[in-house]
Write a protein that binds this ligand. Sequence first.
Ligand SMILES: *[C@@H]1O[C@H](CO)[C@@H](O)[C@H](O)[C@H]1NC(C)=O
Ligand SMILES: *[C@@H]1O[C@H](CO)[C@@H](O)[C@H](O)[C@H]1NC(C)=O
Ligand SMILES: *[C@@H]1O[C@H](CO)[C@@H](O)[C@H](O)[C@H]1NC(C)=O
Ligand SMILES: *[C@@H]1O[C@H](CO)[C@@H](O)[C@H](O)[C@H]1NC(C)=O
Ligand SMILES: *[C@@H]1O[C@H](CO)[C@@H](O)[C@H](O)[C@H]1NC(C)=O
Ligand SMILES: *[C@@H]1O[C@H](CO)[C@@H](O)[C@H](O)[C@H]1NC(C)=O
Ligand SMILES: *[C@@H]1O[C@H](CO)[C@@H](O)[C@H](O)[C@H]1NC(C)=O
Length: 458
Amino acid sequence: MRWTTAFLFFGAVATVLSTEEVSDESEPLLHVLARPSTFNAGERRAIFCQGRNLPHAINWYSPSGNIVGERSSTNNRVYVERKVDNSMVMVPLIIHEVKVEDSGSWTCKAGEYNETIDIVVGIKVKFHNRQTTMEGDEGKNAKLTCEAKGYPLPVIQWYKDGKLLTDKTSPSKYAMKKKGDIYVLEVRALTYEDIGEYLCKVTQKVLSYYTDKTIILSVKHAPVLVGTYKTVEEYAAFNATKNITCSAIANPLPSYQWYRRRKNFDTEIPEEDTIFTAEDGTSSTLMLRMDKEEAFGEYKCKVSNSKGSETVIFDVSLGERPTSPDGVNLIAANSTHLTFNVSCAACPIQQSDDTSPDPKNLTVIGFDFELTEVRDDYPPDWDKKYPFEMLIEESEDLVFAVGPLPNSTVFHARVRTRNLAGESDWLEVQPDPATTSRAVTLSLCLAIIVAAFIATTY
Ligand SMILES: *[C@@H]1O[C@H](CO)[C@@H](O)[C@H](O)[C@H]1NC(C)=O
Ligand SMILES: *[C@@H]1O[C@H](CO)[C@@H](O)[C@H](O)[C@H]1NC(C)=O
Ligand SMILES: *[C@@H]1O[C@H](CO)[C@@H](O)[C@H](O)[C@H]1NC(C)=O
Ligand SMILES: *[C@@H]1O[C@H](CO)[C@@H](O)[C@H](O)[C@H]1NC(C)=O
Ligand SMILES: *[C@@H]1O[C@H](CO)[C@@H](O)[C@H](O)[C@H]1NC(C)=O
Ligand SMILES: *[C@@H]1O[C@H](CO)[C@@H](O)[C@H](O)[C@H]1NC(C)=O
Ligand SMILES: *[C@@H]1O[C@H](CO)[C@@H](O)[C@H](O)[C@H]1NC(C)=O
């Protein structure tokens, strides 16, 4: 009941307020039915001016102060019309093909009554092609262009791979210039590091408008080695197969040649079944069988393309495989991961100082884990394994969380040590570890059980 009354009361107030605006019909009135506006060039627009009880005729004045005439054969782009609806006079200002020059203050006026609206006419920047590619040459400059014709003048920002380039970014590398409507980003002294996606971002704040254009820059350059060393120390155990890999980036795609180097004399290794070069040209692997004393020594990799070449020397020495870990314990489990603590007292772990390695006791670089599901009455099927290569960060605990793994599963698990010369024998994890069913960790389970135990005891 009370609610209905309140509703009726407010409804009545609202009605009174809305009728009040047009109530006093004897007062003179002049009103433009538009707010300050932003138009796009080329549009057709009508701006209404209405008036009542005015002693003078209503006229529209252009920004230059001239009266806008009615439509005629010579005046057919900007003109006014006149309509009378009861006591109300309507004078729409009609503009066809709005132009930038139409920007300014337009006034509707009748005697001392007047109202002015400000019009901004803009031209939005449009790109015919929002993505282009460009190729430059190492050492030369590249000019990335962005033709941005618009009004009001757009603000242009350049980005490389999502990062804004400013005047301060690197004045020796980037120069931003403008010539008419053409904005240029000059990238100087190209290297492979300049390869990437450049974005020309155009903002016309007054028009609440923005657009962009992407230029994908590639650079023809000589091979650049992945890894900065010109000489790489490698170790291999006797009788083992040893893979040595040479990686480079280059454009055009490089070719790889391998050489056996003895007393600084190189003999090319024929491309038999011992050389595997990736189809994308990013690396080449030479597979060696270290079954003879002579197999040890220096190998050279040469990467070349039309722009130049680079070489790396691999020095393969005899090294010993590591010993197996002393022990391994499961210390935590959840539905996706098993966490193991490996103990390996005699393992030489990476030291921060750069002491030269002892080939008989090479630094341990990590541990390999393999897990396979336990199936009753079957031996472990290592062909269906989950392999994990865990690397050791400098002087950290030998604690490794391996996963993702399936939930609620019991596994056979084994671990071995890895160094530059190869791997140790496997050490089996005892007892068989298992993942949990829910996203609850083993330690949390224990905590709950302990808490429950304490609660029941006291
Ligand atoms: C426009 O109207 C204002 C009052 O709203 C008045 O002060 C001003 O003189 C008028 N301008 C012209 C040009 O009539
Ligand atoms: C190397 O392998 C061959 C054949 O597989 C074997 O006869 C030889 O004993 C091995 N040598 C060493 C040092 O392990
Ligand atoms: C060496 O590389 C070949 C080809 O990529 C691969 O089949 C082989 O397993 C690798 N051997 C070692 C010991 O990594
Ligand atoms: C891992 O085991 C070693 C002993 O082998 C022990 O000192 C260390 O505290 C254990 N780490 C964790 C996180 O349990
Ligand atoms: C290898 O080095 C570690 C420490 O770096 C040492 O504890 C271990 O005894 C060494 N093993 C051998 C066989 O020299
Ligand atoms: C456990 O794994 C099964 C099979 O992948 C899946 O259907 C189920 O949702 C998982 N349960 C939980 C609690 O993650
Ligand atoms: C399981 O534990 C691992 C390692 O602690 C963690 O990264 C992972 O997010 C955990 N998963 C769930 C489902 O809690």
